[in-house]
Design a protein around this ligand. Structure first.
Ligand SMILES: Cc1cc2nc3c(=O)[nH]c(=O)nc-3n(C[C@H](O)[C@H](O)[C@H](O)COP(=O)(O)OP(=O)(O)OC[C@H]3O[C@@H](n4cnc5c(N)ncnc54)[C@H](O)[C@@H]3O)c2cc1C
Length: 1009
């Protein structure tokens, strides 16, 4: 054993000895809380339901609501708790006016375990108590979830008030150790950076800093005047780089450069934390003034792993607990070795981590008064006491505020306390031995093997091509990751792509018919809607002759392509996906310029295009082989598919590459030949997609790129006898015309035309009375105004119950007022221009109509003077039957409707000609079940935005006047492009037949290759 390890063991054992002198259970508050936590640790299902109930409770107003939720959360539990729960719920139901408040009181008690007070007065009581125990404090203001700049101003004002109160009420207090006290001001405030700016966008750290710095300066200035210390807390990974950059920027300013009382948090569970800490230390040395670092493991482990899995990102956190522990120790060493410039605060309840810091500091000869231990309020009391007794400086992290805004903090603490991996549970609830708890985490890591649980945490990180009927269709392939703009490298690549695409402005791209480049005597310009004088590029305008040529060449190519093995066709799509991936930044940049998409939206579009290619390739492998219909002796019948013929693809501009690529790739992989006609507003994107398929090796004539006026060539082709299938996504007006025309049989026509038709929506979101408003408002704003409301899935009717109407509106309007409107070339922009002048005028007309039909509740005042910018607009008091509530506007205009109750809300939501997407925010399991069953929409989204469908995960498309009920990105989509066929053979010869017929056989192809 090394001498350091034996020192750690000695110090750790000493802490345990002192802890055991004052035995205390993990949960110092006895009673309800202790029982609930004990049950939670025994049963994961109970824990999930309990935490969900705790989460919703503060927002419930009536006792009867509390009892209803209690019943909904617990009566369906299947296990040993059932009788216990049922009795409790029955009792609660009998006397709701008693049981409701009692439950609320108990949960408040639970919260008061972790929250030092509701207001500064309560807080001071707690701080005085701790002072008597020689424990210092850092105060954190609860309420970091802000949805508007008004709320961030409020948070900043509360920080200033807090500083004043603390400075006033602690006058005369001194540092408990009395040595090196100049490093540790008594007043210490922890600030959550995201609470100071509501529009944080990981792609735009500079923009965030420009907004954050002016909010922070007065706080820092006052703190300095009052002799206080300010610490920047660290939140989720998405904000990490901005927080670090902000810290370095602001404390390099002349005014604060020589101020030593500033600190920041480093989270050891992050893989890049060492790089960040080294960078900070280097910065600190160059700055020449001390600063502080609070080292923690990190509080968002579950969130980070879920988020990165959902987006296909590399997970920023370690997968094994011991990896975080080992890294915590490595960073402890780095901090202590640089003690001359950085003051360390070790934020941990883990005795091994604490003993390590003590032992190493001893070995390095650092006096114990030159660093401190920080622990959370309400946790690990005996450890704090032991550390004080050992002569170390201890500071407690004390959250203050109301329960409702403090809920996310409380849930984080409950999770931490009941985590299987956590030290506190092991020591105080499971009585794991001191020897085990003090073991070197490297040793445990060696035992487990590095990264052995990585795949468990990363879940489906493999392609799963062994599809069976039990495999969810989305699980047979893996979605492409989104670009994570949190990384500077991604931001730099996007900027470079924007520059490069800009340098190509004005280039000309040909039509491609039968593999030949075709020019006509008229060029169509494609303009940048943010700056209509800028021409992104030109494409020749095709007319009837080009349309005829396209049909002819597609028809000629059909014979061979339809007999090409599906595996070859699937590979073509996969090659196209690879090229899309290689060119994704460039293509995103084209979208920014051509259709005004913000960065992340543009990237989402390219990701979707790749997903369509890979998903449909996988689906075709599923469908392609002839499948036995039934086992019967002496005969075999195989069901298989043929392509339909020539497919005409007519796509919209709002997902300029994804939707075009989705329809084209579905048609190609199923063996059809294709005439691809992009929308007139995004012809450059269309030309790019043609280049991609050409590079991928699509044979001449199989895919043809035709551009021109929809009313001329589109209409001509829809009616054409040689077009067998029309895949259309766009407006209802055009969609219905296509549907009608395609129904007429023309002379010489071989097939009944199939129309795959996706049209618009008038999508509703209902907000229930118990909804989490931070989420409901954030997601509603995003759903309504993301990409300027120009997604067919966008929210356009927000339906609020009378009961919470005022509460929602009070926060919704300032949230809309905080949106950044501008040219999406800038990374922090959320609302860009609408697509063109016609759309601009039409939407403004709707806004005028709205002014006559309802109350204009909000309209942005400042939008860029040039370009097609429409100010985000909200109408209130909208009646369900007026035009703005019924007609699709396709712009940043939101109607808010007030209804009596959920019955009326569902009625209003369903009372529309459309059925595309719909949303519901609620924490009532019963109401959620009801909406799942009753909301008429192709895609129903609960407690999330109603936009952003992902291929394979959310097969997308609606019914009623929203579409024909097909689901793009779903398992049955390809069937629209195919004709089913059955081949039956009698295999009996003179009473003899083979015993077994295979389930699948090779394709029926002739001549065989
Ligand atoms: C004073 C103070 C201030 C804090 N400020 C912040 C802050 O600003 N930002 C912040 O994020 N957190 C902050 N925390 C919270 C802190 O991150 C958690 O309390 C802490 O991680 C618990 O660690 P521990 O050493 O006490 O316990 P331990 O039980 O030793 O460690 C638990 C931690 O290990 C990590 N972990 C758990 N499972 C795994 C796994 N499978 N793989 C890898 N790692 C895993 C997680 O970080 C988890 O929280 C603060 C804590 C304190 C005490």
């Amino acid at each position: 054993m090394t001498s350091l390890q034996s020192e750690i063991e000695q110090r750790g054992s000493r802490i345990f000895e002192l802890v055991d002198q004052h035995p205390e259970s993990l949960f110092s508050k006895a009673g309800f809380y202790q029982r609930m936590m004990a049950l939670s640790m025994r049963d994961e299902q109970f824990k999930g339901q309990l935490f969900r109930l705790v989460d919703v409770l503060p927002s419930l107003r009536r006792s009867s609501d509390i009892v209803e939720h209690l019943e909904e959360y617990f009566t369906d539990m299947r296990d040993g708790f059932t009788p216990f729960i049922h009795t409790g719920v029955r009792l609660a139901r009998m006397v709701p006016w008693i049981s409701g408040p009692v439950l609320r009181w108990n949960v408040s008690g639970m919260a008061s375990q972790f929250i030092a007070g509701k207001n500064p007065n309560d807080l001071m009581k707690a701080l005085r108590k701790r002072r008597a125990q020689k424990i210092g404090f850092t105060v954190d203001l609860l309420g970091e979830a802000v949805v508007s700049e008004a709320e961030t101003d409020e948070y900043a004002a509360r920080c200033l008030d807090l500083l004043e109160t603390l400075a006033r009420d602690t006058r005369g207090w001194s540092d408990p150790l009395g040595k090196n006290s100049e490093l540790f001001p008594v007043v210490n405030v922890s600030v959550k950076i995201s609470a100071l700016y509501s529009q944080m966008n990981p792609a735009d750290p500079a923009g965030a800093i420009a907004h954050l710095a002016p909010k922070l300066r007065p706080i820092l200035r006052r703190a300095r005047e009052l002799g206080a210390f300010i610490n920047f807390d660290m939140e989720s990974y998405a904000h990490k780089n901005t927080t670090l950059e902000l810290f370095k920027t602001i404390f390099s300013e002349k005014e604060f450069k020589d101020w030593p009382h500033a600190g920041i948090v480093i989270q050891a569970y992050l893989r890049d934390s060492e790089v960040d800490l080294r960078d900070l230390i280097e910065w600190g040395r160059a700055r020449g003034t001390r600063f502080a670092v609070r080292l923690v493991k990190g509080a968002y482990w579950d969130y980070e792993t879920i988020k990165s899995r959902q987006n296909g990102w590399d997970c920023p956190v370690y997968f094994q607990k011991q990896e975080s522990d080992v890294n915590f120790e490595a960073l402890t060493q780095l901090l202590l070795e640089n003690e001359s410039i950085v003051t360390a605060a070790f934020g941990s309840h883990n005795v091994r981590s604490i003993a390590y810091a003590q032992a190493l500091a001893g070995e390095l000869g650092i006096d114990r008064s030159r660093f401190e231990f920080q622990l959370l309020y309400g946790m690990a009391g005996p450890i704090k006491r032991a550390l004080v007794e050992m002569g170390y400086r201890v500071r407690e992290y004390c959250p203050v505020g109301e329960l409702l805004p403090g809920m996310s903090y409380l849930v984080r603490r409950l999770l931490e306390n009941t985590s299987n991996e956590g030290f506190l549970r092991a020591k105080f609830a499971e009585n794991v031995s001191a020897e085990e708890l003090l073991r070197d985490p490297r040793e445990l890591l060696r035992r487990n093997g590095p990264g052995s649980t990585a795949s468990a945490a990363n879940g489906d990180s493999h392609h799963k091509n062994d599809a069976s009927l039990d495999t969810a269709s989305g699980d047979i392939y893996q979605n492409s990751p989104l670009v994570n703009f949190v990384y500077k490298e991604s931001q730099d690549k996007m900027r470079a792509a924007l520059r490069e695409v800009r340098s190509r402005f004005g280039e000309k791209y040909p039509l491609v018919l039968g593999g030949e480049k075709v020019w006509t005597d008229k060029l169509t310009p494609s303009v940048n809607p943010s700056a209509p004088k800028e021409i992104v590029g030109y494409v020749p305008e095709g007319g009837i002759p080009e349309a005829e040529r396209a049909v002819k060449t597609a028809r000629a190519a059909f014979g061979k392509w339809s007999r090409t093995p599906f595996e070859e066709r699937a590979r073509l799509l996969e090659r196209a996906a690879g090229i899309l991936e290689r060119r994704r930044y460039e293509l995103s940049a084209v979208e920014v310029f051509e259709v005004g998409k913000p960065w992340a939206e543009a990237d989402g579009d390219i990701r979707e295009a790749m997903d369509f290619c890979r998903f449909y390739a996988a689906q075709m492998r599923r469908l392609g082989r002839p499948r036995l219909t039934q086992h019967v002796p002496g005969e075999e019948s195989f069901h298989h598919y043929w392509p339909r013929g020539v497919a005409l693809v007519i796509a919209p501009w709002n997902f300029p590459i994804a939707i075009l690529c989705g329809m084209v790739s579905a048609a190609l992989v199923t063996g059809n030949t294709v005439i691809m006609k992009p929308s007139e507003q995004c012809i450059i994107c269309g030309a790019m997609l043609m280049q991609i398929f050409e590079e991928a090796g699509v044979p001449p004539g199989v895919l043809n790129f035709l551009s021109g006026h929809g009313s001329v060539i589109g209409a001509h082709l829809v009616d054409h006898k040689d077009v067998d299938l029309i895949a259309f996504t766009g407006s209802r007006e055009v969609g219905l015309k296509i549907w009608e025309s395609a129904g007429i049989t023309r002379s010489g026509q071989r097939e009944l035309k199939r129309v795959v038709c996706e049209m618009g929506g008038k999508n509703a979101m209902i907000v229930d009375s118990d909804a989490d408003l931070d989420e409901a408002i954030g997601y509603s704003i995003y759903s309504a105004f993301g990409y300027q409301g120009q997604k067919c899935s966008a929210l356009s009717r927000l339906i609020l119950l009378e009961e919470n109407y005022d509460r929602v509106m009070e926060r919704l309007i300032p949230a809309a007022a905080s949106l950044r409107v501008g040219n999406p070339e800038e990374p922090g922009i959320m609302v860009g221009p609408v697509i063109d002048e016609a759309a601009y005028r039409r939407i403004l007309d709707y806004i005028e109509t709205g002014k006559g039909e309802a109350t204009l509740a909000y309209q942005a005042k400042e939008v860029p003077p040039h370009g097609y910018f429409i100010p985000p607009t909200i109408f209130a008091d909208v009646k369900p039957t007026v035009r703005i509530a019924c007609e699709e506007i396709f712009g940043p205009v939101l109607s808010v409707l007030k209804v009596r109750d959920l019955d009326e809300a569902i009625e209003v939501a369903n009372d529309t000609e459309y059925a595309l997407t719909g949303g519901f925010f609620s924490r009532s399991p019963a109401n959620i079940e009801r909406v799942k069953a009753q909301l008429e929409a192709g895609n129903v989204y609960i407690n999330r935005s109603c936009t952003g469908a992902i291929v394979g995960r959310h097969p997308f498309g609606g019914f009623k006047m929203s579409g024909g009920g097909t689901k793009a990105g779903g398992e049955d989509y390809l069937l629209q492009f195919l004709l089913p066929r059955v081949v039956t053979e009698n295999i009996t010869r003179h009473g003899f037949a083979p015993e077994e017929t295979p389930q699948y056989r090779d394709e029926f192809l002739w001549p065989k290759r």
